[in-house]
Design a protein around this ligand. Structure first.
Ligand SMILES: [Zn+2]
Length: 172
């Protein structure tokens, strides 16, 4: 299944091709037996940690996708609604006291704090996700040389990258 174009796939470090394999193939188990990889929604594979997984495939694993999980979710809305209903009933009974007012203020402050945190996290996510998509596109095109323990792109321009610097290279 490997493309049969020898020139671009020659390792820029040792100038050989015999130990070169596609990184996606190494991670998905095409080369190293016993690797378990999970296909990701946006393509590529994320190597899952496991006893049978080789250290090599873990080091070559795809960059982790940034996720955004809003703090203001259905549970927050349910809790806030219940508290508001209880407090409203109390207000209806004219039993307004300092404890109730404090509770209402605390609830409002909590919701404002959550929504501001969501806003910050969402902005961070919107910055990081396109960077991750670019890193994934690079990672999908990477080749690994087993002799030199490093990766390279078959574009002939990026050069050889030691495996320890792969993360920085993908995000460069
Ligand atoms: Zn090499």
């Amino acid at each position: 299944m490997e493309p049969t174009q020898p020139n671009p796939l020659v390792c820029p470090h040792c100038q050989q091709i015999d130990q070169v394999s596609k990184v996606t193939a190494v991670v998905s188990g095409g080369v190293s037996a016993g690797v378990y990889a999970a296909p990701m929604r946006r393509g590529g594979y994320a190597a899952l940690p496991g006893a049978s997984q080789t250290a090599q495939s873990m080091r070559l694993a795809a960059p982790k996708e940034p996720v955004f999980r809003p703090s203001i979710n259905v549970w927050v809305i349910v809790i806030a609604s219940i508290v508001f209903v209880i407090l409203s009933l109390s207000f209806a009974n004219w039993s307004i006291d300092i404890v109730l007012i404090t509770l209402v203020c605390a609830l409002i402050v909590w919701l404002i704090w959550l929504s501001r945190r969501d806003k910050r996290r969402r902005a961070l996510f919107l910055t990081h996700h396109p960077q991750w998509e670019q890193a994934m596109a690079k990672w999908n095109a990477l080749y690994y040389c087993g002799r030199c323990d490093g990766v390279f792109l078959p574009d002939g321009a990026s050069g050889f990258v030691p495996i320890d610097q792969m993360g920085a290279f993908l995000y460069s």
